[in-house]
Design a protein around this ligand. Structure first.
Ligand code: CMP
Length: 140
């Protein structure tokens, strides 16, 4: 089943110079990157991306963190890539993420966990549309 997913290297990942190592993992795995851009999110965009967390205790901290510096947004296409990317990044809490996963190898705290990936194909399409126009995505 052909799918697309939205992946984002968060500000701590960019700040810690992990961008190359993370993208390397996608390339090593043979994943197909069809869109990529670096940007600094404004508050409105951040609140749109994390709308489902509005009202939660950590919401304000999350918005401040995610807008604190540039992020790298990436669109990946492939068979079953939504679940595959979730497996590659690991659990939300890096302490619950096994070694070999991106968070298990590169992160330690739940709030600053280096990377985001969509949790369903529906969410992926929604998140992609926040950051990319269809024209910006490579068509095979
Ligand atoms: P992610 O799963 O990519 O998207 C929601 C983010 O909210 C999550 O990564 C964390 O960065 C953050 N988050 C989720 N739960 C907590 C929590 N309990 N405390 C702080 N941050 C959290």
């Amino acid at each position: 089943l052909m799918e697309r997913t939205f992946v984002m290297i968060k500000p701590d990942g960019v700040r810690r110079n992990l961008v190359g190592q993370i993208i390397s993992r996608f390339e090593l795995r043979g994943l197909k990157i069809i869109g990529m851009k670096m940007l600094k999110m404004d508050k409105e965009t951040a609140e749109k991306l994390y709308a489902e967390h509005k009202g939660k205790s950590f919401f304000e901290d999350l918005i401040n963190y995610i807008t604190s510096g540039p992020v790298v947004t990436i669109v990946i296409e492939g068979d079953g890539v939504v679940l595959l990317m979730r497996k590659m990044i690991g659990n939300t809490d890096p302490k619950e993420s096994p070694p070999g996963t991106i968070r298990g190898d590169m992160a330690i705290t739940k709030s600053e966990n280096v990377i985001h990936a969509s949790d369903s194909p529906e969410k992926a399409e929604k998140e992609i549309s926040i950051f990319f126009t269809e024209k910006e995505l490579i068509k095979s």
